[in-house]
Design a protein around this ligand. Structure first.
Ligand code: NIG
Ligand code: FE
Length: 416
């Protein structure tokens, strides 16, 4: 990653393609998902961390003077940084042991039922200090940046007590300040009911609504609230209570919906008018129609489908045909989706969800930025936007989805 002096203008020239994603100032739907607004043999000029000009290399060269830092892209592809709109990047330890068990046939649900799964990460995360969480978080921040991701939505959810959820959100705040990566924090205290509340779950809901949410809102530790709405996790009634309370505290709303079963998640997201409904592997036609009516953005997470060894990918084509502003994200977490790689997600989307490479790029940049209320600042290369720019080492953007198992990012610029 580079950190050129902000006062030094930056000129990127000689790109085979500048994939600008310029277009209407709103999330892209239908055939718009395929319109990348590519400038061949282009460049970008950055001043004070903002994009000043995007155009042909010849045009950019005219702006260069003795103060300008010039980077020759050498025929490579230039894109806005990926915006990963669904991650769980702060946790202690790994679940390599459970991964091995699953490789021998155990299922995610079985492991969770005997106290493993999310709970095993909660145990380790509760035992870790804030500094330890920041330390491991920094390692993952480097992974994201190395792959060309410049913004992540970051959920708490491995604390499940006031103290531990606050610790995770403070770690996210520190990571935002101390790494090059940009974080948008989400409170996910409703990730699971911790064992000490299993016999009195309504008291955990009360803790979420009456203590955790007011504290987190007062300390401005999160912009969004999320709930894992699923059979045996949180019911739609519980999710409604938690999300309605979050809205009263001024938080935006997101939801884990219909991941492992059709459990009314998409319908509830529509009823509440959440910003996003995430996962949606089991969502039916009626659910898709409800999301459309309520203008909810689906956030599809094929990494978790792949890593759980499932073949039930979400119905991306039907969602695009229905006019939904589809987003793709990694769901980076230690259980169901241990990948920070957006290019892996592009590959899965093209191969298993029949999204074209162009649609997948739109879903990981401009549409993702809008889902985080950052569409006016991030997600495309347009005048006045924040200069989070990545040069990828290929000469055609489709190669990002086509070659898989490698990262293509060659230079990553945060604010120029
Ligand atoms: O998005 N669905 C719930 N939460 C995560 C999994 C978290 C974990 O297994 O640690 C997900 O898939
Ligand atoms: Fe998730």
């Amino acid at each position: 990653m580079s950190s050129e002096n902000e006062s030094n203008p930056l000129a990127i020239i000689g790109a085979s393609q500048v994939v600008t994603l310029a277009g209407p100032a709103r999330p892209r739907v239908g055939s718009e998902l395929r319109e990348l607004s590519i400038i061949e043999r282009g460049g970008v000029f950055v001043r004070d961390g903002l994009i000043e000009r995007v155009g042909a290399t010849a045009e950019i060269e005219k702006l260069i003077d003795s103060n300008t830092t010039v980077v020759d892209a050498g025929g490579r592809v230039v894109l806005p940084g990926f915006v990963d709109a669904h991650t769980h990047p702060v946790f202690a330890g790994t679940r390599v042991d459970e991964f091995e068990e699953r490789s021998k046939g155990a299922t995610y649900a079985e492991i969770a039922a005997r106290g493993g799964g999310i709970q095993s990460t909660v145990n380790r995360t509760r035992a870790a200090s804030l500094d330890q969480l920041v330390e491991t978080g920094k390692r993952y921040a480097q992974w994201f940046l190395r792959g060309g991701t410049t913004t992540v939505e970051a959920k708490s959810g491995y604390g499940l007590s006031l103290e531990d959820e606050v610790k995770i959100l403070r770690a996210i705040k520190k990571l935002n300040e101390e790494t090059g990566l940009r974080y948008v924090p989400t409170f996910l205290g409703a990730h699971s009911v911790p064992p000490e509340y299993r016999a009195r779950r309504e008291q955990y809901i009360a803790l979420l609504v009456e203590e955790m949410l007011p504290t987190i809102a007062r300390e401005k530790l999160a912009e969004y609230c999320d709930v894992f709405c699923e059979q045996n996790v949180f019911t739609t009634d519980e999710a409604w209570k938690i999300l309605s309370a979050a809205r009263c505290h001024g938080l935006g709303l997101r939801m884990h919906a219909d991941q492992l079963s059709l459990s009314g998640g998409a319908q509830l997201a529509a009823e509440l008018g959440t910003a996003t409904a995430d996962h949606l592997e089991h969502t039916d036609e009626a659910g898709i129609a409800a999301l459309k009516r309520a203008n909810v953005q689906p956030v599809l997470l094929p990494g978790s489908v792949y890593a759980l060894g499932s073949s039930r990918y979400p119905a991306a084509r039907e969602m695009i045909d229905a006019g939904l502003a589809v987003v793709l994200a990694t769901d980076f977490n230690p259980g169901s989706s241990p990948t920070p790689s957006m290019t892996m997600i592009l590959s899965l989307a093209a191969t298993h969800m029949k999204m074209t490479p162009a649609e997948a790029i739109t879903a990981t940049t401009i549409n993702a930025a809008y889902s985080l209320n950052r569409g006016d600042q991030l997600g495309s290369l347009e005048f006045g936007k924040i200069a989070d720019i990545v040069i990828h080492d290929c000469d055609d953007y489709r190669a990002l989805a086509y070659f898989f198992g490698i990262e293509h990012a060659w230079r990553v610029f945060m604010r120029g």
